[in-house]
Design a protein around this ligand. Structure first.
Ligand code: AMP
Length: 393
């Protein structure tokens, strides 16, 4: 069985083609600058990597080229080998708590929910329509970023604002990175051989969120109504006092969306360090004892620790803490600093184990009261697994 996982952005389309018999990636790649000058694609397969500039007017063009290339490069013999297409979908509001077979109703809902994810939902629809045109008889599955968080209780997903905002405008915490947090949850289930555990899943990349999970279900998560909330990120502020927004609007003569744009694009690590949103750059600058980089790094760690502490109490204790995504999988000093600050909860890590990068590794010692792991996330595989499961039914 072969399944393609698709992540369609407004001008890009990423894909991974899986052989689901062994869950191996047969080919993967990205189509970039779709509809913009200089469009190109990269395909990796069998140890090879090809890159080519090619005019791609829209997503339909990109999918056409992708499918042609899969055959030309002999990655597959015919399109009949593709058994299913799984799409990463961003916002399913409170309607979708699980992955679904994509129908006209799902596409309509993505359109209807677009004010909740103005950049992502329309792009997801472009990706779906392109595959519907190219492979009309192949089943497609939608995997929502928000779905895993639908198990949060009202107490956890509501903001203390007028209730009408929730009832009439849908103002509530939705949470994101759900596919990644679910992948981590399932990996921990496999590791422990049971479902009854308490987990804090830390997805720390350029974007970042933390989820509190009990018995396989999300109890709370740090991102909120939008992905701007929660921990400090590469360019996003995470939680701030909302009164800052009108204050800065007046100071800088900006409108609300321009200030929110600043909170999304020039805040976080980049904002505080005035240098970079990339943790590797920040760590390098810290070596030079750069004051702002040091501050950005300690604030970043602090925000992660704050959420872990909060969720430790919410879950009434924790069995496992997991680090994943770019920083979580690779940044040795950030993991060390977070874990050192958790010593009061009984966390103890082996510094040699922590020196490993980007691999599945147990960081905690036998003395640690909480098991700490690094588990590389794999959202594409999770999408392919869901797709396979739903099309087999
Ligand atoms: P992601 O969004 O999951 O791809 O994560 C991207 C972020 O991971 C980058 O912006 C870097 O800050 C961070 N990252 C990746 N590799 C490393 C590394 N070797 N050391 C520190 N941070 C890293």
């Amino acid at each position: 069985m072969k399944i393609i996982s698709i992540n369609a952005g407004s001008s890009s389309l990423k894909f991974s083609l899986f052989n689901m018999d062994n869950e191996e990636v047969i080919a993967s790649g990205v189509f970039e600058r779709i509809g913009i000058d200089g469009s190109k694609f990269t395909i990796k397969y069998d140890g090879e990597k090809i890159e080519q500039e090619i005019e791609l007017v829209n997503h339909t063009d990109a999918v056409k080229v992708l499918l042609e290339k899969l055959i030309d490069l002999r990655i597959i013999k015919s399109l009949d080998e593709i058994d299913g297409v799984g799409h990463r979908l961003v916002h399913g509001k409170d309607k979708y708590s699980q992955s679904v077979i994509i129908t006209d109703e799902v596409v309509q809902d993505l359109e209807n929910f677009k004010e909740f994810a103005p950049l992502h939902n329309p792009a997801n629809v472009l990706g779906i329509n392109a595959f519907r045109e190219a492979l009309p008889d192949v089943a497609m599955v939608g995997v929502f970023d928000t779905a895993f968080h639908q198990t949060m209780s009202k107490e956890n997903f509501l903001y203390p604002v007028p209730y009408k905002w929730y009832e009439e405008y849908g103002v509530r915490k939705y949470g994101f990175h759900g596919t990644s947090h679910r992948y981590i949850t399932k990996s921990v289930e496999k590791l422990l051989g049971r479902k009854d555990f308490k987990l804090i899943s830390c997805h720390i990349g350029n974007g970042g969120s933390i989820a509190a999970v009990k018995d396989m279900q999300c109890v709370d998560t740090s991102m909120g109504f939008t992905p701007l909330a929660g921990i400090m990120m590469g360019t996003r502020s995470g939680d701030i006092d909302s009164s800052i927004i009108p204050y800065v609007m007046e100071k800088e003569g900006k409108n609300a969306s321009e200030v929110v744009d600043d909170l999304n694009k020039v805040s976080g690590l980049l904002g505080l360090s005035e240098y970079s949103n990339d943790m590797r750059d920040i760590l390098e600058k810290c070596e030079e004892q750069d004051e702002k980089a040091l501050l950005a790094r300690s604030k970043y760690v602090r925000r992660i620790v704050d959420y872990i502490a909060q969720y430790y109490v919410l879950l009434n204790g924790v069995d496992v803490i997991c680090f994943t995504a770019g920083v979580g999988e690779n940044s040795i000093p950030i993991r060390r600093e977070v874990c050192e600050k958790l010593a009061c909860l009984g966390v103890e890590i082996d510094l040699d184990a922590n020196n490993q990068r980007g691999e599945f590794v147990k960081l905690s010692t036998d003395n640690s009261k909480i098991d700490v792991y690094v588990i590389p996330t794999d959202e594409e595989l999770m999408i392919a697994r869901d797709t396979l499961e739903l099309i087999k039914r």
